[in-house]
Ligand binder design. Structure first.
Ligand code: BGC
Length: 740
C-alpha cells in the first residue's frame, strides 16, 4: 500500500473519539456544489452529521435562515455475521484516516474486533466529484479475517435529516426498487425541492440477496451475502442530487443522471474528477521547502477554499464556516470579500466573479436594509444568506450562561461591510481588467454603496467635518463607538472611488454612464455632495505621533497588560465579560493594522511602525478573532519583523488543524484559510501591485529553503519561484525565477 504523502495528505493514525467533532470538520470533502463533514458512513453517537448544498437555505428561529442539512448520502449500515458494526462497540485494533488534498479522496482503514471476537478489515473511500458536481460516491471493501459468515448492507437516503434537532424537510415522494432508489423532499419555508437518486452495487463471489425497503422518508436498499475468512467484497454507493435551484424538475434530472452513470461508476468518474483537481492545483498550488508543517497547512487552507467555491452558481457565496459545519449557519460575512476572495481573484478569477456576482444579485436586499434604517442607496447586511437581507440574529444566548440573552449589535451598526464589497470589486478589476463586469454589475454596487455612505455621514457643526457615530469596527470588543478610523477611512475611500469610477464611465462609456444616471437617478449635484462628504470626513490621525486612534476616546480606555495574564486559554472577552472587555484597550483584531494593510498609501513607514508597536501588544492574538493573525503576519513582514511574522502566520495556519480556539468542530475558519494564502503570497512572497503592475519583494522566514506560488495578472498566469538566500535584501531576488 502506498503511504500517504505528508506534503499532500492529512492523516489521522489513531482513533480519538474525544476529538471526533474536530476531525469531522477537518475531513470534510466537497466540490463547490456541496460538502460533507467527515462523519463515518456507519454513524457514531453524538456525531455532527451534515451535508450542505450551496444556496439551500431555510427559515429558522433566532438566526432567521440557515443552510439546511440535506438528506444524507453517506448512510451505510453494516452487519457482520449479525453484529452491528460501529466504533462505539467492540474494539478498534487499527485505525487510519487520510484526506488526499490533491484530489479530495477520503480514505479510512479500520480493523475492528466485534463484541463476539470476529475481526474484520473495513476499507472506506469517498469523493464528491469535481467533474460531475451532482454526484458523490463511496465504496467499502470488507474482509473478515478470522471467521466466515454473512455480510448485510443497508444503504438508504434518510429524509429525516435535521439541523441539530431542527427539521427543514418535508416529504414529497420516494421509491426503492431494482437496485436503485430515490427520495424527493422540499424545505418547509423556502420551498426548495431536493431530489436524491442512489444506487448500490456489490461484488461478491457468493450469491447476493437483494431487497428494497420502502420505509417512509427513508428508502433503503439491502444486500446480503456470505463471506469466507480472507475473502473480500466491495460495495459501491453512488448518489446524485439536484435541487429546484438547478432545474425545474429536480427529480427527473436526478433519476436520469443516475441512469446514465455506468455501473459501477467509480472508475469512470474517478479519472475526470482527478484531472479536474490537477488543473485546479496547477493554477494555485503553493510549495514551501524546509517547513513541512507550513506546507501541509497552506495546502489544507487552499483545499478548504477550493471545495467551498461555487463554480457554476453566481447566486451563492462562501459562508464564514464554508460548507463544513453548523457555525454561523452558512451566513456570509466580510470574511469572503476581504479574506477569501483575493485567493480566487489572483488564481481563479472566474470563481471570484461568481462570488462578486452574488453581491450584485443581492443588491436589492442591501437597498431594503438602507431604506429600513432611514438611509439611501445600498447597505449590505453584516450577515447575508439567500436574499441579501440582514440575517444577523439580534439576541442570542450568552456564551457562558445560556439562560441569559445577549443583544448582538453587529447587524445594526457594523457597517464597514458595504465598503469591503467595493474594495473587493476594485481589487478584482485591477487584477483582471474585466471592464465588462464593472460596467454591467460593479458600477451599480459602487454607486449605491457611495450613496449609503453619503447619507449615513453626520455633519459636526462645531468641527466642520463629517463623522460616523455609533458603529462597530472590525474589532468587535468595542461597540457603539464614534469615528472608528477603519470605517471612516473606508467611507471616504468608497466615495472617492465612486466619483473616479463615474468620471471614467463618462469619459469611456458615456452611454453606460447615461443608463446609470437614468436608472439610479444619479445627478451631478449628488456627485458633488459625495465629493464634499469625502473631503470632510474626519480621520483620527495624530501627525506628531503618527498614531491613529482606533475610535474617539480609545486611548482613554483601561490599558491591560496582556502579558501579565499569560498563560491563558480563553479570550479577553470571556475573562472580562462583554462589557468589561469594552472598557479596555484590548482588541479582538488589529483594526488599525487591517486598515494599513488594505490601504497602504494611508501610512508612511514611521506611522506604520508607531501603530504596529502600539496596537500589537494590545491585541488578543490567540483567542480573539481568527481573522487577525494572518494580517498581523503581513504587517510584521512589511516591517521586517520576520520572527513575529512567522509566529502570527503559524497561528493562522494552525487555526483549524490544531483547533487553536477549540471551535473548529463548528466548521472551518474560511477567513483564516484565505488569510493564510495572503500571508504567504503578499507577506512572505512580498507580491504587491501598483499602477505599473506587479512586483515582488520577498521576505521568507529564515528556515524556508524555497517558496513557489502561482498567480494570475490580467489574464496571464505566473509562477514565482523564490529560493531563500538568508536575510532578506531586495537584491537577493536576482535568481528568483518567474515563468509564464
Ligand atoms: C469576527 C468578524 C467575522 C465573524 C465571522 C467574528 O468573530 O469578529 O470579523 O466576520 O466572526 O467570521
Amino acid at each position: 500500500m502506498q503511504l500517504p504523502d505528508p506534503a499532500w495528505c492529512i492523516t489521522q493514525n489513531s482513533w480519538e473519539p474525544a476529538h471526533q467533532r474536530h476531525s469531522e470538520t477537518i475531513f470534510t470533502i466537497g466540490n463547490g456544489y456541496l460538502s460533507t463533514r467527515g462523519v463515518f458512513e456507519e454513524g457514531y453517537p453524538r456525531e455532527s452529521r451534515a451535508t450542505f448544498l450551496h444556496g439551500v437555505f431555510d427559515d429558522v428561529p433566532i438566526v432567521f435562515t440557515e443552510l439546511a442539512n440535506i438528506p444524507d448520502w453517506l448512510e451505510l449500515t453494516i452487519l457482520l455475521d449479525g453484529e452491528h458494526y460501529c466504533l462505539n462497540m467492540g474494539e478498534v485494533l487499527f485505525f487510519e484516516r487520510s484526506l488526499d488534498l490533491r484530489n479530495g479522496l477520503l480514505t479510512r482503514r479500520v480493523r475492528w474486533r466485534s463484541p463476539q471476537g470476529n475481526i474484520t478489515l473495513l476499507e472506506f473511500e469517498r469523493f464528491a466529484s469535481l467533474a460531475d458536481s451532482h454526484t458523490t460516491l463511496l465504496r467499502v471493501k470488507i474482509t473478515p479475517e478470522n471467521y466466515s459468515g454473512t455480510v448485510e448492507i443497508h444503504a438508504g437516503i434518510n429524509g429525516e435529516a435535521d439541523n441539530e434537532g431542527y427539521k427543514h424537510w418535508e416529504w414529497l415522494g420516494q421509491a426503492a426498487h431494482n437496485g436503485s432508489l430515490w427520495l424527493h423532499t422540499r424545505t418547509r419555508a423556502s420551498q426548495i425541492e431536493l431530489a436524491a437518486a442512489a444506487r448500490l452495487s456489490l461484488k461478491s463471489q457468493s450469491d447476493i440477496q437483494m431487497e428494497s425497503w420502502n420505509v417512509h422518508n427513508h428508502p433503503t436498499l439491502v444486500r446480503r451475502t456470505a463471506l469466507r475468512a480472507g475473502e473480500s467484497i466491495e460495495i459501491e454507493k453512488v448518489v446524485v442530487y439536484y435541487t429546484s435551484r438547478d432545474t425545474s424538475h429536480p427529480l427527473d434530472a436526478a433519476r436520469q443522471h443516475l441512469a446514465e452513470l455506468p455501473n459501477p461508476a467509480w472508475d469512470s468518474l474517478w479519472r475526470p474528477h482527478q484531472e479536474n483537481w490537477e488543473k485546479e492545483w496547477q493554477t494555485c498550488d503553493v510549495e514551501i521547502e524546509g517547513d513541512p508543517e507550513a506546507q501541509i497547512a497552506v495546502r489544507f487552507s487552499l483545499f478548504q477554499l477550493l471545495i467551498a467555491a461555487p463554480r457554476q452558481d453566481e447566486h451563492v457565496s462562501i459562508g464564514a464556516k464554508t460548507l463544513s459545519g453548523y457555525g454561523y449557519r452558512g451566513h456570509v460575512f466580510w470574511d469572503t470579500e476581504i479574506f477569501m476572495l483575493p485567493f480566487f481573484t489572483y488564481t481563479q478569477p472566474a470563481i471570484a466573479r461568481n462570488l462578486l456576482s452574488y453581491r450584485y444579485h443581492n443588491l436589492d436586499g442591501a437597498r431594503r436594509k438602507a431604506r429600513a434604517n432611514g438611509f439611501e442607496g445600498a447597505q449590505y447586511p453584516w450577515e447575508s444568506a439567500a436574499t441579501g437581507d440582514e440575517v444577523t440574529p439580534t439576541w442570542v444566548p450568552h456564551f457562558a450562561d445560556r439562560t441569559k440573552m445577549v443583544r448582538i449589535w453587529t447587524g445594526d451598526i457594523e457597517i464597514h461591510i458595504s465598503a469591503m464589497i467595493c474594495y473587493a470589486l476594485c481589487q478584482y478589476w485591477k487584477a483582471t481588467g474585466d471592464d465588462h463586469f464593472i460596467l454591467h454589475r460593479g458600477a451599480e454596487i459602487f454607486f449605491e454603496v457611495a450613496r449609503f455612505w453619503a447619507s449615513r455621514a453626520e455633519w459636526n457643526k462645531e468641527h466642520s467635518r463629517y463623522e460616523f457615530h455609533d458603529v462597530i469596527g472590525p474589532d468587535e470588543y468595542h461597540d457603539h463607538v464614534d469615528n472608528n478610523a477603519f470605517t471612516n477611512a473606508f467611507a471616504r475611500w468608497t466615495l472617492q472611488n465612486a466619483i473616479r469610477l463615474y468620471s471614467w464611465l463618462t469619459r469611456n462609456h458615456p452611454d453606460i454612464a447615461a443608463t446609470y444616471c437614468e436608472k439610479l437617478h444619479l445627478m451631478p449635484a449628488e456627485l458633488q455632495q459625495w465629493q464634499d462628504v469625502a473631503e470632510k470626513i474626519y480621520f483620527p490621525y495624530d501627525p506628531q505621533t503618527g498614531l491613529i486612534e482606533q475610535f474617539d476616546g480609545y486611548f482613554q480606555r483601561r490599558d491591560v497588560d496582556l502579558q501579565a495574564l499569560e498563560p491563558r486559554s480563553e479570550s479577553i472577552q470571556s475573562i472580562f465579560g462583554i462589557e468589561g472587555a469594552n472598557l479596555t484597550q484590548v482588541l479582538k483584531q488589529p483594526d488599525v493594522l487591517m486598515l494599513a494593510y488594505l490601504l497602504p498609501e494611508l501610512l508612511d513607514e514611521r506611522s506604520l511602525q508607531a501603530n504596529y508597536d502600539y496596537y500589537t501588544p494590545r491585541t488578543d492574538h490567540t483567542y480573539g478573532s481568527s481573522l487577525g493573525p494572518s494580517i498581523q503576519a503581513i504587517m510584521a513582514c512589511r516591517l521586517g519583523k520576520q520572527e513575529d511574522a512567522y509566529e502570527h502566520f503559524m497561528r493562522a495556519a494552525r487555526a483549524d488543524l490544531r483547533d487553536v480556539r477549540g471551535n473548529a468542530g463548528d466548521g472551518i475558519h474560511g477567513a483564516s484559510a484565505g488569510g493564510v494564502w495572503q500571508a504567504v503570497v503578499f507577506g512572505f512572497g512580498g507580491l504587491h501591485m501598483d499602477q505599473h503592475g506587479w512586483h515582488i519583494v520577498p521576505r521568507l522566514p529564515s528556515h524556508w529553503k524555497r517558496l513557489k506560488f502561482h498567480f494570475t495578472w490580467r489574464g496571464h498566469p505566473y509562477l514565482i519561484d523564490l529560493p531563500n538566500h538568508g536575510p532578506f535584501s531586495s537584491e537577493a531576488q536576482d535568481d528568483s525565477r518567474v515563468s509564464l
